[in-house]
Design a protein around this ligand. Structure first.
Ligand SMILES: O=C(O)C(=O)C[C@]1(C(=O)O)C=C[C@@H](O)C=C1
Length: 391
């Protein structure tokens, strides 16, 4: 008769074997991407995937595994495989010409910030080694790329709870960096403490301003009298609470990252939206080419006259070409010369994300039409849409 620990041991061995096989599969993904790219074949093979899935479900049934289970396991494996292949090809085509596949990347904060987690998730399959540049402001992240100190930078741009991160939009208005990628990352805010304590004892809470704003409802209802201290990042917040080592201080951060700072989670899931997700953009000084079979997103910025119908005329251009505008945002225009500005009014700069690849013949005609109905227009970058990569 087997004991629990013997059975557990056998299960652990099987799990390790599954991991080894997944790692082997990952190596084949890269080989496959290489072959497809060199032969000019599409990366996404929807029909082949469907056929493989059907075969796996049939084989699974013979092994007494339900089709649902097989479907959910392999859907994740297939999505990951596609994302690996796309990232790899993006790496060949665009941002990584270095033979040793090392990239220097700037992002907010230190180990354990959400930006850190998103950065490693994005670049893991693109390069072998990331040299991190830890920044304390969004401006520094962009400057590190502009000066050539870093190959790429990662910036949060919008979140399902707090909306657009205006500071990043305004910095993009002033910079020449290109957007070369995006990823969406689930942000699971947690109250982290150093000493054994409970919520009623907390007097001071440390966090980046974004988590404060993303958790405003919960904070209002549960910690209304607590002093909120803004930090430059979640890592600074977590490190401060670790060093203070008190039972009346806490930080907002991700549960797993908290453990890196010897902090315990006492309350989780505190964001205003259950699905609290941040979209990050990846920036670089040079554009990448998105292969034609990958769904591409192009970010543009434009100005219009401050007159009735001006914006509609721009949107009509997209509509007439059946182009999906998946995001439209406006920000007050940054003016350096205020001499001719009438008092009390200001102009807006618009940002739009549209589903089109800039390297299509349609784009040239589209830009010509857009120039006729805008004051100025600039492409901020064209990149693989996160839906396409599963990131
Ligand atoms: O402070 C961090 O951990 C960050 O990475 C910054 C940041 C942000 O500025 O939006 C990143 C993602 C989350 O939305 C919350 C915080």
């Amino acid at each position: 008769m087997n004991t629990i620990s013997e059975v557990r041991c056998s299960i652990n061995e099987i799990d390790s074997e599954i991991l080894r096989l997944l790692a082997k599969r990952k190596e084949l993904d890269i080989k496959m991407a290489d072959l497809k790219y060199s032969q000019g074949l599409p990366v996404r093979e929807t029909r082949e995937n469907e056929q493989s899935m059907q075969k796996l479900m049939d084989a699974g049934m013979e092994l007494n595994l339900s089709p649902d289970f097989v479907d959910s396991v392999f859907r994740t494996v297939f999505a990951n495989s596609l994302s690996q292949q796309i990232s790899y090809i993006q790496g060949i085509v665009g941002i990584n010409h270095q033979l040793n596949r090392k990239l220097k990347v700037s992002f907010l904060g230190n180990v354990g910030t959400y930006s850190y987690l998103a950065t490693y998730k994005y670049f893991n399959s693109i390069c072998d080694y990331i040299q991190p540049k830890n920044c304390t402001t969004f401006d520094d992240i962009i400057s590190a790329v502009e000066t050539g100190e870093c190959d790429c930078g990662v910036l949060p741009i919008e979140n399902t709870s707090s909306g657009c991160i205006n500071e990043v939009y305004d910095l993009l208005q002033k910079s020449n960096v290109k957007i070369i990628g995006e990823l969406t990352y689930p942000i699971e805010h947690t109250i982290l403490v150093k000493q054994d304590t409970d919520l009623s004892k907390i007097k001071t809470l440390y966090a980046h301003p974004q988590p404060f704003s993303q958790c405003s409802d919960w904070l209002h209802a549960n910690l209304p009298d607590v002093e909120l201290k803004a930090c430059s990042s979640s890592s600074e917040a977590m490190d401060t609470v670790r060093k203070l080592d008190r039972d009346d201080c806490a930080a907002i951060g991700c549960r797993e990252a908290g453990a890196l700072y010897s902090l315990k989670a006492i309350h989780g899931n505190i964001a205003n939206q259950k699905r609290n997700i941040t979209r990050f953009i990846v920036i670089s000084m040079s554009n990448i080419i998105v292969p034609p079979d990958i769904e591409a997103k192009t970010s543009i910025t434009f100005t219009t006259e401050n007159t009735p119908g001006s914006l509609v005329r721009v949107l009509n251009v997209f509509s007439s070409h059946n182009i999906n505008v998946v995001k439209l945002q406006s920000r007050p225009r940054i003016q350096n010369n205020l001499d001719n500005e009438p008092r009390g009014v200001w102009d807006e700069t618009f940002y739009a994300d549209i589903l089109i690849n800039v390297n299509t013949p349609l784009m040239t005609g589209l830009m010509a039409e857009l120039r006729q109905v805008t004051g100025s227009i600039r492409v901020l970058g064209c990149y693989a849409a996160s839906d396409a990569t599963g990131r």
